[in-house]
Design a protein around this ligand. Sequence first.
Ligand code: NAD
Length: 317
Amino acid sequence: MSVERPAKIGIIGAGAVGATIAYAAMIRGVARQICLFDIAKTKVHAEVLDLNHGMLFVPPGVVVGSDDVEVLRGCDVVVMTAGAKQKAGETRMDLAVANAGICAKLLPKVMEVAPDALLLMVTNPVDVITQVAIRLTGLPWQRVFGSGTVLDSSRFRFLVARHCGVAVQNVHAYIAGEHGDSEIPLWSSATIGSIPLSQWAVAGHGRLTQVDKDQIVHQVKDAAYQVIQGKGATNYAIGLAVTNILEALVHDEERVLPLSGLLHGFRGLGDVCLSLPRIVGRRGIEAPLPIPMTVDEEAGLQESADRIRAVVRGLGY
Ligand code: NAD
């Protein structure tokens, strides 16, 4: 991906998630051009009109869109959001067959028009879909990755910050593993302003008991179900999370983000995509950082990996 010129970003799927990513990316001025592709022609054209009508109020750029994949030609990054979404009561894994099928049809065409693009998968179950996309495209693992637990980690940091009465930016903590029910909170490496969370005891700024921790983890895992129950889709936080990832890629920031990527022997784990903190820049993702973990956290990661791998195998990839 070139950093000499402002980026051209493609978004597949102009639904709740795709359109909100476009909106957030436009406000942040991440790209000179945002290209939306969706099979729903009327919908994609309406989203393009609505977004361009706000161009006066944001950094210069343009939004284009079509029901023809040609609109993605020459994109530096393509974000995949197309596909079925969870309905109330469904898990992300329930979407695997339908969404892997969409990828199988679509990704070869995307590769034809944007052969040099980085592929950022958002469609769920994102870890499974990322591994499917790596297999389908044959691209190096550094160039095909998923938004993973960036959103879950943001929810986690928000809840810890609120409990302890500090700014969310001063909480450093990650959710690892599946973006889904088997995800693992990495409490042992969590800090607030360099103080390990296990030692956090500042007057007037709530300590975390085991009950508090359990409640926070429950809320993180339940977050998507709660939002979907109330409004049918999650879109704002994922829109901002993906825009944050796009900035790291386009501006070659070398930011540490918990993206989903293929593992090659991390703590004995391989041949599975899941989230761990990694350095992210214009060439894509690097191998996971050697983040310290307790025995329980490592065992949780192993279980999460087994669960993702089983679904990928079930799809025949
Ligand atoms: P949505 O139904 O609002 O939008 C999906 C869009 O995909 C629709 O506009 C549809 O026309 C389009 N589409 C379907 N098949 C297509 C194809 N073959 N080619 C092009 N476009 C196609 O759904 P949504 O709420 O935007 O969610 C999209 C996906 O993102 C879901 O799988 C959802 O679970 C996932 N999601 C992931 C995260 C995350 O953190 N990874 C967060 C939220 C949602």
